[in-house]
Design a protein around this ligand. Structure first.
Ligand code: ATP
Ligand code: MG
Length: 207
């Protein structure tokens, strides 16, 4: 067992499952939370994550294949996507690659939203580039929803992630992203309007 990530919520490690190199995501007990609530939250997020990873894959957005789920221990065993996270990729990519990748991310998120899949944590750490393909992971905070507001919040979060992690190229990334999103998703315009509205709302609340 080799630990590759220790997050706020989870522990990620590599291990073999039935002879296949795999990744295990385990949501561990949190001692500062009341046990009953903690158990419920961890189970709920594990279940949700499995469901949304599967749904996304069904609509044509690549996600790691699920090999096994242990709900009791809040463990998901899945395919290991050995690639580079978009976070690292964007920081060293040339202009043309930034354009290509951000446009593609736009199309993929457009596809998720077209199918009412809300990711819930759209950061560039939750996308992995493997060869020419982009995989999405970490759906534990997501949901199925057709609400414009929910899709808008999903995108607003992505915009913030770009601004904080890739501030030098964030505006450029966002405009390529929008191109892909509009191309894939018929309802894109309404959601993008909502993103602007949310931005204003936040600014107003901060005053
Ligand atoms: N299937 C996978 N293949 C390759 N790497 C993975 C895989 N799943 C997770 N990782 C790596 O582990 C990191 C953390 O995983 P993930 O985003 O699912 O957990 P997290 O951010 O702790 O989740 P949570 O929001 O539930 O706390 C990812 O950024 C990625 O580098
Ligand atoms: Mg993550």
């Amino acid at each position: 067992m080799k630990i590759i990530y220790r997050g706020a919520e989870s522990l990620i490690y590599e291990d073999a499952f039935e002879g296949q190199e795999s990744i295990i995501k385990e949501r561990r007990e949190k001692n500062y939370r009341v046990k009953q609530l903690d158990d419920r939250l961890r189970k709920e997020r594990t279940r949700k994550e499995v469901k949304l990873l599967t749904e996304a894959r069904k609509v044509g957005v690549l996600t790691p294949k699920i090999l096994n789920v242990n709900e009791k221990d809040c463990k998901i065993i899945m395919e290991n996507i050995s690639g580079i996270r978009i976070k690292e990729f964007l920081n060293s990519a040339n202009d043309n690659d930034v354009k290509k990748v951000c446009f593609e991310i736009g199309k993929l998120i457009g596809k998720l939203h077209q199918n009412n899949i809300i990711h819930g944590d759209l950061t560039t750490s939750n996308m992995i580039l493997k060869g020419e393909e982009i995989y999405f992971i970490d759906f534990g905070l997501g949901e199925i929803s057709s609400r414009i507001e929910d899709k808008g919040v999903d995108l607003r979060l992505f915009m913030e992630a770009l601004n904080s992690t890739h501030f030098k190229i964030a505006d450029k990334c966002w405009s390529y992203f929008v191109g892909g999103y509009k191309k894939e998703y018929v309802g894109a315009e309404q959601i993008l309007e909502k993103v602007k509205e949310i931005k204003k709302r936040v600014r107003y609340a901060e005053r």
